[in-house]
Structures are given as structure tokens and as C-alpha cells.
Design a protein around this ligand. Structure first.
Ligand code: SF4
Ligand code: SF4
Ligand code: FES
Length: 311
């Protein structure tokens, strides 16, 4: 998936290597998870004109609608070292003139939070799927090549329809029901579970592990990188699988554990994963996707035995 010139996305990401939780280190991990984000990654509109020092060339793949042919356009912009790709695209929108001097339609793209939380700005940047709001101009090789995220239907230019990903999250029931008649005290509290709180409590270790998965922002980068995920295929993809792992570990989510596992035991589920591990390499939130897939493999095996023998 990656171009030879592209930087390793995760080398620019603040998160530590969280693919495993070392025994006894949950406290340190919890602390590290809450270290502040790099403020210089966040676009501040009030600074839009500050410190502009460098001329930067962008090569952008344009497409006027889902049915027309794509084409490339080059733009040159003044950027500061504090700019990220979304900030540059916003500036380009105010004066969309190509390197050849032609005034063209503004480039269409999506963004929202500007702090790597909403996932809306994900696109291909120098051959890597990643959020544009955390891609600093100063760290990118020029010309900066921008393309829409593959694997999703294109709407226009850099804007794609990520609805398919949300349909897959619905398919695996990536939520926790809160309106059921749950036997909260007995079912999870064990022999000593005489109070409601007992079964809702999780260990700090489990909390730290679950938190890793809760950071998914549905950006679709892992799906863009996954060779098994495509428009013509049923595979729900690594993001939905990781959410099954998360929801099945929740104290109340456990009540629907069997249903979620059954949803990924058939066609388009876990067995469609080819274990290429591209997903975990590109996830901007460093979510241990392949760890989740491994855990789900064991859980579905146990579920299949239960289905066979009862229990
Ligand atoms: S490990 Fe599975 S989900 Fe991840 S990229 Fe490979 S095939 Fe896709
Ligand atoms: S798992 Fe990572 S790459 Fe995939 S949608 Fe979630 S945040 Fe994005
Ligand atoms: S704008 Fe929300 S993740 Fe980039």
C-alpha cells in the first residue's frame, strides 16, 4: 500500500506502542494515554496568516463526479511549518489557482474536528492513508500528493462516501444496549456479586486495554490499507472487528456477546481476514487491530464449540 517515499505514518503519531499491555504497567499506560496532544498539530484559524515561510507544491487528484474521469492538478501555496494539510486545503479554497495560472473549482474535501478525533479528513497523502489534519506540511515530501481514500465510493475530488463502514459497524452490533432487563448483579458479579456495582466494575488493566479500542474514530484508514476490504467484497474490515472486541468486553455489552460473535463467524467475517497486517501499520490511533483479530479468533472458536455442545 505504501509508496517507497512515504514516511511511516505512525512515526509521527504521539501514541506509544500499545499493541500489548505489559503486566503491571496499566497505571503507566493510563497516564501516557492522557498526555496532551501536540498542540502544533492543531490548526488555529486565528494564526492562519502567521509565520508563512515556504512555497509548497501540491499534486491533487481531482474528479468532478463519481462517473467522470479523474485528472491531476498542481497548486503552489505559501505554508508555515505549523500548517497541516487541511489548513493548506482551506487556504487553497479561497484562491484555487493552479500552477499554470488557471482558476478552477475549489478542491472538495471533508474535515471537522481538526484534532484527529472525527476521522472525516482521512485521505491518501503521499501514498499513505491518514488523517489530513495531523499531517504536518513540514514532515511531507514534495510535491505533496493528495488522493481520495480508496475502497469507498467517490463523491468528488477528495471526498468519499464512508457510509459502507458505518453499515458494517451496524452489522456487527457495535454498540452496548442500555435498555434491557439485565440481571446485572448475578450474571457478572460472580459469587460475591451482591451489589449492582460489582458487575459493572472492571480492573484497571482491562480498562486500559479496552480504552485502546475506544479511540477508533472511524476514519477508514485501516480499510483503505486492507487488501481484503473492497466494494465488491463482504468483509466487514478490521475497524468493525475491533469494535466487536471492545463491546464484548464491556460489562453490559457482554450480554450480546454471542450475537456479535455469530455476526462475524459467517461470510464477510473474521475468516475473510488474510492477516496481511496492513491495518495495524496505518491506524493513526495505534489501535492493536491484529491483537483484536487474534482474540476474536479464540472467542469464535469457543463460541462454535458452545454452539455444538451447548453451554
Ligand atoms: S490483518 Fe486482516 S484486517 Fe488487517 S489488513 Fe490484513 S486482511 Fe485486513
Ligand atoms: S481502527 Fe484506526 S484506522 Fe481503522 S477506522 Fe479506527 S482509527 Fe481509523
Ligand atoms: S478533521 Fe477530524 S480527524 Fe481530521
Amino acid at each position: 500500500m505504501s509508496s517507497p517515499d512515504a514516511p511511516d505514518v505512525r512515526s509521527e503519531i504521539r501514541s506509544p506502542d500499545l499493541t500489548t499491555v505489559p503486566d503491571g504497567a496499566a497505571g503507566d499506560m493510563v497516564e501516557s494515554l492522557f498526555t496532551p496532544a501536540r498542540n502544533n498539530d492543531i490548526f488555529d484559524p486565528s494564526d492562519e496568516d502567521a509565520g508563512r515561510t515556504e512555497r509548497v507544491v501540491f499534486k491533487i487528484r481531482r474528479q468532478d463526479d463519481p462517473f467522470s474521469a479523474p485528472y491531476w492538478q498542481h497548486f503552489e501555496l505559501s505554508c508555515s511549518e505549523r500548517d497541516n494539510v487541511v489548513a493548506a486545503l482551506r487556504r487553497l479554497r479561497t484562491n484555487p489557482v493552479t500552477c499554470e495560472g488557471e482558476r478552477v473549482d475549489p478542491v472538495v474535501f471533508d474535515h471537522n474536528c481538526m484534532e484527529e478525533v472525527c476521522g472525516a479528513c482521512a485521505m491518501m497523502i503521499n501514498g499513505q492513508p491518514r488523517p489530513a489534519c495531523s499531517a504536518l506540511i513540514e514532515n511531507l515530501k514534495q510535491p505533496i500528493v493528495l488522493e481520495p481514500l480508496p475502497k469507498f465510493p467517490l463523491i468528488r475530488d477528495l471526498l468519499v462516501d464512508r457510509n459502507r463502514m458505518f453499515e458494517h459497524l451496524k452489522h456487527v452490533q457495535a454498540w452496548v444496549r442500555i435498555d434491557g432487563p439485565w440481571a446485572l448483579t448475578g450474571a457478572l458479579g460472580g459469587a460475591g456479586g451482591t451489589q449492582k456495582e460489582t458487575c459493572l466494575r472492571v480492573s484497571q488493566q482491562q480498562w486500559a486495554e479496552d480504552y485502546l479500542y475506544s479511540r477508533c474514530m472511524s476514519c477508514g484508514c485501516c480499510l483503505a490499507a486492507c487488501p481484503q476490504y473492497d466494494e465488491g467484497q463482504d468483509f466487514v474490515g478490521p475497524a468493525a472487528l475491533a469494535q466487536v472486541r471492545l463491546m464484548n468486553a464491556q460489562p453490559t455489552g457482554k450480554f450480546d456477546r454471542g450475537e456479535r460473535l455469530h455476526r462475524i463467524m459467517g461470510q464477510g467475517g473474521l475468516s475473510d481476514c488474510g492477516n496481511a497486517q496492513n491495518c495495524v501499520r496505518v491506524c493513526p490511533k495505534a489501535i492493536p487491530l491484529t491483537t483484536a483479530i487474534g482474540e476474536l479468533g479464540r472467542a469464535t472458536t469457543v463460541q462454535a464449540l458452545k454452539d455444538l455442545f451447548g453451554g
